[in-house]
Design a binder for this molecule. Structure first.
Ligand SMILES: C[S@@+](CC[C@H](N)C(=O)[O-])C[C@H]1O[C@@H](n2cnc3c(N)ncnc32)[C@H](O)[C@@H]1O
Length: 245
């Protein structure tokens, strides 16, 4: 596992990095990524609502590592950031941003270039807290990938995902045509909340809590029941899910 990534002279100028996450550095410099900093900070407060002190955290699909570094900042004992698609796979990103922040913060966050389905508790152990944020709708086989994330978790799995079919009471997932969801051809499936509940129960979680993401101000969870019933079943929202063993 990499604890210190690449040497300083291999690091590009931060202005040359294509940032996905946004960061505000201690000197006030802001790196503006695709994901707005205010949404990241609001999400972090909902994701890390519990006590992280001394806990082990696995961040699956960490990309530039905002949530890995945030877990470290909030007192996690050990953080392992993993990715593959956007570090060395076919995604448009790379790990320059992750490595830049690692060096700038003199971080102890560990990293491993590995795909979700290759994560193994036998090889890596299990983690108190597993983050599976913004990944589920990108994978072709969401059931197996969620199961792989769950296997790595001894206590608390936190998912952030696009959810669909808000009016469908049966557990279901919607499949999108290439580019149909958010104009991104790497988006495939979005489950509804009952489907997430069934999957998480199947994977051994006894408590499942759904929260509206700050990125979805019109989420059905924040609306009255009557307003929700008038909504379209074609709507998608972003949801944060806390699942506990
Ligand atoms: C939208 S980003 C989310 C980054 C971060 N976890 C967050 O929530 O801000 C999607 C992440 O999923 C990872 N990923 C893993 N498997 C993927 C796949 N098959 N297709 C697209 N992205 C994938 C990407 O590498 C990327 O880091």
């Amino acid at each position: 596992m990499t604890t210190h990534p690449v040497s300083a002279d291999e690091h590009p100028d931060p202005s040359a990095i294509r940032w996905f996450h946004s960061f505000k550095m201690p000197d006030g410099t802001v790196f503006d990524g695709v994901k707005p900093l205010d949404i990241q900070l609001e999400e972090a407060d909902l994701i890390f609502s519990g006590d992280l002190i001394g806990k082990s955290v696995l961040d699956i699909g960490a990309w530039d590592g905002f949530f890995s570094y945030e877990a470290e900042r909030r007192g996690a004992g050990r953080v392992l950031a993993t990715d593959h698609f956007c570090w060395s796979g076919p995604g448009w990103g790379n790990r320059d941003g992750f490595d830049f922040i690692h060096r700038a913060r003199d971080s102890q966050v560990e990293s491993l270039d590995i795909d979700v389905l290759d994560l193994s508790p036998e090889a890596l152990g299990t983690f108190d807290v597993v983050l599976f944020l913004g990944v589920l709708y990108h994978v072709k086989d969401p059931y197996s990938c969620l199961e792989a994330a769950a296997r790595m978790c001894s206590d608390h799995l936190i998912i952030e995902t696009v959810t669909a079919l808000p009016l469908e009471p049966l557990p279901a997932m919607r499949l999108y045509k290439p580019g149909e969801l958010g104009g991104d051809p790497t988006n495939f499936w979005a489950p509804n909340l009952p489907a997430l509940e069934v999957m998480l129960e199947n994977f051994g979680f006894t408590s499942v809590e759904f929260l509206a993401s700050p990125a979805s101000p019109k989420h059905p969870l924040t609306r009255s029941r009557i307003a929700t019933m008038r909504g379209s079943n074609g709507e998608t929202h972003r949801t944060i899910i806390h699942a506990r063993r």
